[in-house]
Design a protein around this ligand. Structure first.
Ligand code: UD1
Length: 423
């Protein structure tokens, strides 16, 4: 198993290009199952989660053609199986989203209950209730969801109990081929949902209102092929901006979507960063300053994303002053705090582990650390960058799930980081 070895102290400087959004691309791979013709998705990041999703499609008999630029062509009409096995779904929760498209297009699906990051219980009740509202018949058998329809899905009314990104996307996809109109209320509004809706509409679907809390889908009898370019990954962009700010650096990120990062940019300005935006380029300059700690609450988009919470805690740990970070999306998403404290950070958890109070210290000290979730792992890389001495981040297969060429990108910015095999 690989580890990352980081020699702390470098100030990040330079330019990089934002990768395509993993969380958009993954759902588009599932949505491709709705089409009768082939679809081509470009700007797909080269990541382990993407490979897992491709393996899943191939295991269903779907033909997937990848070129050297990661343009991915998916021919769903070669499908032979409707079963998504545990071995593939357990490693990545997004793969559960093939259930709705399979059911909508082929009237049957057998999909294992999901796994994914170890960040608290992550049920799928909202997904299943939504599909049932469209007429799906659902049975749980040996850890699998067996779903069928009685002559196809029918348009219906779906009200989500709370904001769910995966749930909103799942029902939005399934409703495209349902007979009649579906109205979904209390929907999540993340940019990846809008990107997915654009993709679905290019395939001939009639989706309106994505990006607001009410989405209306008028079912169509069939969907055709299309080409689509995935939006930039706002979490990846945010991660590099935070890393640069934590080190007192100056970086420029090209091909980004600054409008998807408004809150993050405003929090980084509060931390002392000078940020300039020019079209799709974001430039951050700390002018050599130590960051100031920023307090925030994670919440559904457009609020501060939970997927950048761990990274901002790494910044706060070496910032001036005391800050408070409240996590409202996931339970048990502060595992990185204990590792950062082992590196000399002063962070305590309160409110039944929902809030981290961070007293900034002048620097951290390198140590061997590990994390068991994607964003926590990358936050430990940031902690390693601002630590004195060497840090070894173990179990980096989590990082490889979501960050394309992480060490190459950081090396280009001047970080002393390299991948080493575990003994
Ligand atoms: C997606 C993102 C993830 C991000 C999260 C929140 C992907 C692949 N992943 O995850 O990176 O952190 O949005 O922005 O796009 N819940 C239920 N029942 C359900 C569905 C969700 O209780 O049926 C709970 C979850 O446990 C969680 C909260 O609702 O506490 C939000 O989850 P959700 O928005 O669905 O996140 P994901 O789609 O899994």
């Amino acid at each position: 198993m690989d580890r990352l070895l980081i020699q702390g102290g470098a100030v990040l400087r330079g330019e990089l290009r934002a990768s395509g959004a993993k969380n958009s691309a993954l759902k588009m791979f599932a949505a491709a199952l709705l089409a009768d013709e082939s679809v081509t998705i470009s700007n797909v990041p080269h990541l382990r989660d993407i490979t897992t999703m491709i393996e899943l499609l191939v295991s269903l008999g779907v033909e997937v053609v990848i070129d050297e630029k990661m343009n991915i062509e998916i021919h769903a009409n070669t499908i032979k199986s409707f079963k998504a096995p545990y071995e593939l779904v357990k490693t990545m929760r997004a793969s559960f989203n093939v259930l709705g498209p399979l059911l909508a297009h082929y009237g049957q699906a057998e999909v294992s209950l999901p796994g994914g990051c170890a960040i608290g219980p992550r049920p799928v009740d909202q997904h299943l209730r939504g599909l049932e509202a469209l007429g799906a018949k659902i049975e749980m058998v040996d850890g699998y969801v067996n779903a069928t329809t009685d002559g196809g899905l029918k348009g219906g009314h779906v009200y989500f109990d709370f904001s769910t990104v995966g749930g909103t996307e799942h029902i939005m996809m399934a409703a495209c081929l349902a007979d009649g109109v579906t109205v979904m209320e209390n929907c999540a509004r993340e940019p990846e949902i809008v990107d997915l809706a654009d993709f679905l509409n290019k395939m001939g679907a009639k989706v309106e209102g994505a990006g607001t809390d009410t989405i209306t889908i008028t079912g169509v009898p069939s969907m055709h092929g299309c080409s689509h370019r995935v939006i930039a990954d706002r979490v990846e962009t945010g991660t590099y901006l935070i890393a640069a700010a934590a080190t007192g650096g100056k970086i420029k990120i090209r091909d980004a979507n600054p409008e998807h990062l408004e809150v993050v940019i405003s929090k980084l300005r509060e931390a002392g960063a000078k940020i300039t935006i020019d079209g799709s380029t974001i430039e951050l300059d700390m002018e050599g300053r130590r960051p100031k700690g920023v307090s925030l609450v994670t919440a559904p988009y457009p609020a501060f994303p939970t997927d950048l919470q761990a990274q901002i805690i790494a910044l706060n740990s070496v910032a001036e002053g005391t800050s408070t970070i409240k996590e409202t999306i996931f339970e048990n998403r502060f595992m990185h705090v204990h590792e950062m404290n082992r590196m000399g950070a002063k962070i305590r958890l309160e409110g039944n582990n929902t809030t981290a109070i961070v007293d900034g210290v002048p620097h951290l000290t390198g140590a061997p650390v590990m994390a068991n979730d994607l964003r926590a792992s990358v936050s430990l890389v940031i902690a390693g960058l601002v630590a004195q001495g060497d840090t070894i981040v173990d179990r980096i297969y989590h990082i490889d799930r979501g960050y394309e060429q992480v060490e190459e990108k950081l090396q280009n910015l001047g970080a002393n980081i390299r991948r080493v095999a575990s003994e």
